[in-house]
Design a protein around this ligand. Structure first.
Ligand SMILES: *[C@@H]1O[C@H](CO)[C@@H](O)[C@H](O)[C@H]1NC(C)=O
Ligand SMILES: *[C@@H]1O[C@H](CO)[C@@H](O)[C@H](O)[C@H]1NC(C)=O
Length: 151
């Protein structure tokens, strides 16, 4: 009874999102609603905006966490709706040294900030998210670059 109460509370907190955890379709439908809602915050793919950035007041690391979530979402659901926008962001934020230390962010960047992008790239490498074009650094190499630059 207690568990049921908590589930009801969570469902209510998530704005009436109803999930039947015994049904793959229901889980995917709910995840799709959440993914759509998450990407509504994103403007980086608008003309003139910077791919990979979230608008103020969101930080660069939060965008990294968001795209890591989108890669996991793609992997677990098979929904390809956000693959292009995710790949564009992940590739645009690669730094000049083939890492996740883009010049625009270096003023405020710490290991933890890069870590969110590296974990997104690691998820991409592990789950077979399509690599960047061959003339650009691949997901695994990007993760290794972040690791190697940690000091
Ligand atoms: C940006 O991506 C979102 C999510 O895929 C999409 O809904 C939106 O139409 C895209 N905007 C542009 C300008 O392509
Ligand atoms: C850095 O900022 C400039 C100016 O806003 C932008 O054009 C460029 O795409 C940004 N680069 C990255 C990697 O975000």
């Amino acid at each position: 009874m207690k568990a049921a109460g908590i589930v009801t509370l969570l469902a209510a907190a998530a704005n009436g999102l109803q999930v039947d955890f015994s049904s793959d379709d229901s889980i995917k439908q709910a995840a799709s609603t959440v993914a759509y809602g998450l990407l509504k915050y994103y403007t980086g793919n608008n003309t003139g905006d910077t791919p990979g950035n979230l608008p103020d007041p969101y930080f660069w690391w939060e965008a990294g966490a968001m795209f890591g979530t989108m890669i996991d979402y793609w992997f677990y659901t098979g929904d390809e709706s956000y693959v292009d926008v995710t790949a564009q962001a992940m590739i645009h934020q690669v730094g000049d040294d083939k890492d996740y230390m883009p010049t625009n962010q270096t003023r405020t960047m710490g290991n933890d900030d890069q870590g969110f992008w590296a974990m997104a790239a690691m998820s991409a490498a592990e789950n077979g998210f399509a690599n960047p074009p061959p003339d650009q650094p691949q997901w695994l190499a990007l993760v290794q670059a972040v690791f190697n630059e940690y000091g």
